[in-house]
Design a binder for this molecule. Structure first.
Ligand code: UD1
Length: 341
């Protein structure tokens, strides 16, 4: 019988790609999502790609009562992947209570239900944001975390600690925190991808929307960083590669291959690219010219970060495989499909 995986936030950007990979690997999937930043249409797109419709319920994980009912009505869940969270850095500065409530209460409710309904395994979506601007690059999993620069970043850091402390207190629990670098791109089918509400805050969605004629010129935030061309450097990872790492993490827990009850992995490519390199890479991959101008640095941005992927490569046997241009092209193909171009 197929093992059952609950995917919280499964209609979202990374969640939807992960559900596809889980179904492809023979898992039965259930999605809980409050649709605060995604659409129920994603379920049909997942079915188009995989031929299988995931289970789907719409409610908010801060509602402990509803979550308890879900576990009562759906016995035998083997593991959980917890994506569901608010994720806009700027908004979190303006609405800290919303962020702390959504992101922390959801995870705490979930852990309570894990204990009550005997669901031992959890994979948690963390972020490289927990490293702040590291003193040494690339960052390994043992690079010290820095004080968070935003409430959003703080929720990632605090949730790592909530999970770690809970796993320490309740040895029946096992968890893996995956620290994502910058996920970009879309499924090669162009049936699922990133669909931000309003003006995109992240680089690649802004680029694809600008290329589609929905936005004015791209603002490149800063050209006076200490990098090769002065623009800031990140480690951009293909979202399907990232999704596949979740399947590996789930199998590690289900097959009891984990070395500690709580483990942390960096998920990046190991390569840093500057904003201007992304702009040029997009133009080269798609043949579409971008209008951009250099403006001041964005508040809260760090100068540069990229992952040391050795631990994930060796321990998980996982590696990011898709090249940057192919990934940028997939993002553009998705944007074109969405806009009917
Ligand atoms: C941020 C968060 C990260 C989170 C991610 C997704 C921090 C430090 N990082 O990543 O944890 O997972 O958002 O929400 O909190 N840029 C431009 N012009 C634009 C947009 C972006 O030049 O219009 C530049 C930024 O200054 C940055 C790079 O592009 O140098 C990437 O920015 P972005 O895509 O927003 O991601 P991060 O800020 O790295």
């Amino acid at each position: 019988m197929a093992q059952k995986i609950l995917v919280n936030g499964g209609t979202g950007y990374i969640g939807s790609h992960t559900v596809v990979e889980l179904i492809n690997e023979g898992f039965e999937t259930f999605i809980i999502d409050n649709l605060s930043n995604s659409s129920a249409d994603v379920i049909e797109q997942i079915e188009k790609i995989t031929g299988t419709k995931p289970g789907f319920e719409v409610f908010d994980l801060t509602d402990l009562h509803k979550l308890g009912l879900f576990f009562e009505e759906n016995p035998g869940i083997d593991a959980i992947i917890h994506f569901a969270a608010s994720k806009a850095v700027g908004e979190s500065v303006e609405k800290p209570l919303l962020y702390y409530r959504n992101n922390l209460v959801s995870l705490m409710n979930l852990i309570e239900c894990q204990l009550k309904f005997d669901v031992p395994n959890i994979v948690f979506s963390s972020s490289c944001t927990v490293y702040g601007q590291p003193d040494k690059l690339p960052v390994t999993e043992t690079t010290p975390r820095k004080d968070a620069e935003s409430p959003y970043a703080n929720t990632k850091r605090m949730n790592e600690d909530i999970l770690k402390d809970s796993i320490h207190a309740y040895p029946q629990l096992k968890g893996i925190a995956l620290r994502y670098f910058n996920p970009i791109g879309a499924h090669p089918s162009a049936l699922i991808g990133e669909l931000p509400l309003g003006v995109p805050q992240n680089l690649v969605p802004f680029i694809t929307q600008a290329a589609a004629g929905l936005r004015g010129e791209l603002k490149v935030f800063g050209d006076d960083y200490n990098t090769s061309d002065g623009s800031a450097v990140r480690d951009y990872i293909n979202v399907v590669d990232l999704a596949k790492a979740h399947v590996v993490a789930i199998n590690r827990l289900l097959n009891k291959k984990n070395k500690e009850n709580f483990e942390v992995f960096n998920l990046g490519t190991g390569n840093g690219y500057s904003v201007l390199e992304i702009v040029k890479g997009f133009e080269k991959a798609t043949g579409v010219k971008l209008n951009y101008k250099i403006v001041d640095r964005r508040a809260g941005d760090i100068e540069k970060i990229w992952a040391d992927t050795t631990y994930a490569n060796e321990e998980l046997g996982w590696k990011a495989e898709t090249g940057l241009e192919e990934t940028l092209l997939s993002a553009w193909n998705w944007e074109k499909k969405v806009r009917g171009i």
